[in-house]
Design a protein around this ligand. Structure first.
Ligand SMILES: Cc1cc2nc3c(=O)[nH]c(=O)nc-3n(C[C@H](O)[C@H](O)[C@H](O)COP(=O)(O)O)c2cc1C
Length: 309
C-alpha cells in the first residue's frame, strides 16, 4: 500500500475532499475513523475569516483527533490573506482553492479565477511560507476556461508549494462531464511534488487505477452520506476484494455522526438535512423514507427518525 508523503507528513493516500456544507468537524471525524488520510475544512474565503462570524468560527473548529487536518482557503487580495495568517497556524497544512467555479467565488476573482493569475498565487505561497506556515498545498482544476494545468502546476511548484490536487475538469465544465484523468497524469509527469488526483472516484477498482499514476487520491461526492467508502477502498487496496456497501452499517455511521454533532454542539439542521438523505440508501423503501426525512424540522426529530432503524 502506498504512503503519501507531503513535506513532513506521511499518510494514507486516500483523502477526503473539502466540501462546502458537508465536511464539518463531525463529518470529517467520521471519515477519518473510516480511513481518510487527510481531511480538510470546507473552503473559506479569507474575507470571511477576517470578519470572523460565529458561522465561520464553527467551520474552522477542529479536534486533534482529526489530524492531519488542512484548512482550505481562497483569496483575491494578498493583504487580507496576510492579515489572517495567524488564524491558520494551528492546522497541519493550508490548502489554497484554485478550483471553485461558483459565481459567489469567481465574481471576487478567487477560486478557479486564480488559475489565470499564477504570479498572484505564487506570491501567496511565498507569503504563507515566510510567515511560518510549513505546508502549503493547492487544489486546482485543469484551468478556468482553457487548460493551463501543467504551466500552473510548474509555477506553483517553483514558488514552494508542497503538493497539488488536480480535479480533472475545467472551471466551466459541470459534473456531468467525466473528469479527465489523462490531463491529471500530464501534471504528474510535469512536476516533482506529490500530485493528488481528484474526480469520479467511487470504488476500490477505480481508486486503484488513479493511484497507478498519482501519489494520492481525493474523494468528494462518493463520500457524501457514505463515510464507509474510505474503509472499503483501503480494504480493496489490501485484499483486491470489493466489499459491498452495507446499509445497516451506514445507518450506524449516521447515528454516530448525529452523536458527534451533539458532542461538539454543531447541530446545524439544514446541513444534516442536506447530507442525511444520502445516508438513507440501499434500504427497502428508501425513496419514501428520504421523502419523510426531508420533512423533519428539528435535530430531535431527526434523531428520533433514525432511531427507528
Ligand atoms: C457539495 C460539494 C461541495 C464542494 N465544496 C468544495 C470546497 O469547499 N472546496 C473544494 O476545493 N472543492 C469543493 N467541491 C469539489 C470537490 O472537492 C471535488 O473536487 C469534486 O466534487 C470532484 O470530485 P468527486 O468526483 O469525487 O466528487 C465540492 C463538491 C461538492 C459536491
Amino acid at each position: 500500500m502506498k504512503t503519501l508523503k507531503i513535506s513532513t507528513l506521511k499518510v494514507n493516500p486516500i483523502l477526503l475532499a473539502p466540501m462546502v456544507d458537508v465536511t464539518d468537524l463531525p463529518y470529517r471525524l467520521l471519515c477519518k475513523e473510516q480511513g481518510a488520510g487527510i481531511v480538510y475544512t470546507e473552503m473559506l474565503h479569507v474575507e470571511a475569516i477576517k470578519h470572523g462570524e460565529k458561522k465561520v468560527h464553527d467551520k474552522m473548529r477542529f479536534d486533534d483527533k482529526e489530524r492531519p487536518i488542512g484548512i482550505q482557503i481562497t483569496f483575491s487580495e494578498l493583504n487580507t490573506l496576510k492579515e489572517i495568517i495567524p488564524r491558520l497556524k494551528d492546522y497541519d497544512l493550508v490548502d489554497i482553492n484554485c478550483g471553485c467555479p461558483s459565481h459567489l467565488t469567481i465574481d471576487h476573482g478567487s477560486g478557479v479565477c486564480l488559475m489565470n493569475s499564477p504570479e498572484k498565487v505564487a506570491s501567496a505561497i511565498k507569503l504563507l511560507k515566510k510567515s511560518g506556515i510549513k505546508i502549503v498545498t493547492l487544489k486546482i482544476r485543469l484551468g478556468f476556461k482553457k487548460n493551463n494545468a501543467v504551466e500552473f502546476a510548474k509555477a506553483v511548484e517553483k514558488a514552494g508549494a508542497d503538493a497539488i490536487t488536480v480535479h480533472g475538469r475545467l472551471g466551466n465544465q459541470g459534473r456531468s462531464t467525466p473528469a479527465d484523468w489523462k490531463e491529471i497524469e500530464k501534471v504528474k509527469k510535469a512536476v516533482k511534488i506529490p500530485v493528488i488526483g481528484n474526480g469520479d472516484v467511487v470504488d476500490g477498482k477505480n481508486a486503484e487505477r488513479l493511484l497507478e499514476f498519482c501519489d494520492g487520491i481525493m474523494i468528494a461526492r462518493g463520500a457524501i452520506g457514505d463515510p464507509g467508502i474510505f474503509h472499503r477502498i483501503n480494504n480493496y487496496l489490501k485484499t483486491k476484494k470489493e466489499e459491498k456497501f452495507d446499509f445497516v452499517n451506514n445507518i450506524k455511521l449516521f447515528k454516530k455522526y448525529l452523536g458527534y454533532c451533539e458532542e461538539y454542539n454543531l447541530k446545524d439542521v439544514n446541513k444534516i438535512k442536506y447530507i442525511g438523505p444520502d445516508f438513507i440508501k440501499g434500504i427497502k423503501g428508501a425513496s419514501k423514507l428520504r421523502a419523510e426525512f426531508t420533512k423533519l424540522k428539528t435535530f430531535e426529530e431527526i434523531r428520533h427518525f433514525i432511531e427507528q432503524f
